[in-house]
Design a binder for this molecule. Structure first.
Ligand SMILES: Oc1ccc2c(c1)N[C@H](O)CC2
Length: 115
C-alpha cells in the first residue's frame, strides 16, 4: 500500500501567535488573579497544594527567553494557570469564576487562530 507521509504543520508563525494570545490574556478584565505569581508566603496551603505554580508574567518571561519548545508547550503552561485556579478555588467564587471565564476565552481564541 502507498507509504503515508505525515504532513508537517507550518510552525513559522507560532511564536507570534503565542505573543498575541498572551497579550489578549493579559488584557482580559478577568486576568487580575493570574497576572503575577501567587505570593505563597501570604497564602496558607498554596505551596503544598499547587505543585507547579504558573502565571502570565512567568509565561511572558519564558516566551522572551525562548523557553518554549513549540506552541504545545506554551498552551500547556497557560492551561496550568487555569488548572491551578480550579484546584485552589471554589467554582462559585470570584477567582474561581475568573479562571473559568479565562479558560473559555483562551480555548476560543487559540482555536480561532489555529484551526
Ligand atoms: O482567598 C484567596 C486568597 C489568595 C488566593 C486565592 C484566594 N486564590 C488564588 O488562586 C491564589 C491566591
Amino acid at each position: 500500500c502507498a507509504k503515508k507521509v505525515k504532513l508537517a504543520k507550518d510552525d513559522t508563525n507560532d511564536l507570534a501567535t503565542c505573543r498575541v494570545l498572551l497579550a489578549e490574556l493579559e488584557g482580559h478584565q478577568d486576568a487580575w488573579p493570574f497576572l503575577s505569581p501567587v505570593n505563597h508566603k501570604a497564602v496558607p496551603g498554596y505551596r503544598k497544594v499547587i505543585k507547579k505554580p504558573m502565571d502570565f508574567s512567568t509565561i511572558r518571561e519564558k516566551l522572551a527567553n525562548n523557553r518554549y519548545l513549540n506552541l504545545e508547550t506554551f498552551i500547556i503552561d497557560v492551561n496550568l494557570v487555569f488548572d491551578n485556579c480550579e484546584k485552589f478555588n471554589e467554582d462559585n467564587s470570584e477567582i474561581g469564576r475568573a479562571g473559568h471565564n479565562m479558560r473559555r476565552f483562551f480555548d476560543k481564541r487559540w482555536t480561532e487562530l489555529l484551526r
